[in-house]
Design a binder for this molecule. Structure first.
Ligand SMILES: [Cu+2]
Length: 192
């Protein structure tokens, strides 16, 4: 029994250690906008917040308020140390629980909306639920990410015209009225 307890405690310890994660923030985006995505970043103490340059020329600087556009007065305020183009990564360890802010120091970018908020939870409750930042691998056998689905075997050719079903009405053709009453026409007097 003692061994079982020891193993349980060891596993519990491993689970706690493996709780830390990388949280990725895109700097610029695929359409070249001057943005951080997401603009509100959730992390836990012990996580690494990884700023990942996607487009443009940008920097990351900690500030003391949202949209302040001025470097934080904290002596250990984080900053990427200049403006960079992709590929570039800048990692900020999430050291203490709390809220801080960041912006891009390239002239005009912060004023144009390129700023964000970093919320660090103490780790006892997951921030935002899902594991922060981790990309879910596609399920085995699933569709390839971004790939085109091949037409199902026996299906209609993509973009092609469907042949009319055997015996069916020709596509676009007029259907004869069913049962006699012509659509929109006058009712013939009932035969007495
Ligand atoms: Cu920028």
């Amino acid at each position: 029994m003692k061994e079982t307890l020891a193993i349980f405690l060891l596993l519990a310890g491993l689970v706690t250690i493996s709780h830390t994660a990388d949280v990725t923030v895109n700097v610029g985006n695929v359409i070249g906008a001057n943005v951080f995505e997401p603009a509100t970043v959730m992390a836990n103490v012990g996580d690494n917040v990884i700023f990942n340059w996607v487009s443009g020329i940008h920097s990351v600087i900690e500030s003391d308020a949202e949209a302040a556009c001025v470097k934080s007065a904290k002596p250990d305020a984080f900053a990427s140390g200049g403006a960079f183009a992709a590929p570039k990564q800048f990692t900020v360890p999430a050291k203490a629980a709390g809220k801080t802010w960041f912006y891009c120091g390239v002239p005009g970018h912060c004023a144009g909306g390129m700023y964000g908020t970093l919320i660090i939870a103490d780790g006892t409750a997951p921030a935002g639920g899902a594991p922060a930042g981790g990309a879910m691998p596609p399920a085995a056998g699933g569709a390839p990410a971004g790939g085109a689905m091949p037409p199902a075997a026996g299906g209609a050719p993509a973009g092609g015209a469907m042949p009319p079903a055997a015996g069916g009405a020709p596509a676009g053709g007029a259907m004869p009225p069913a049962g006699g009453v012509p659509a929109g026409g006058a009712m013939p007097p009932a035969v007495l």
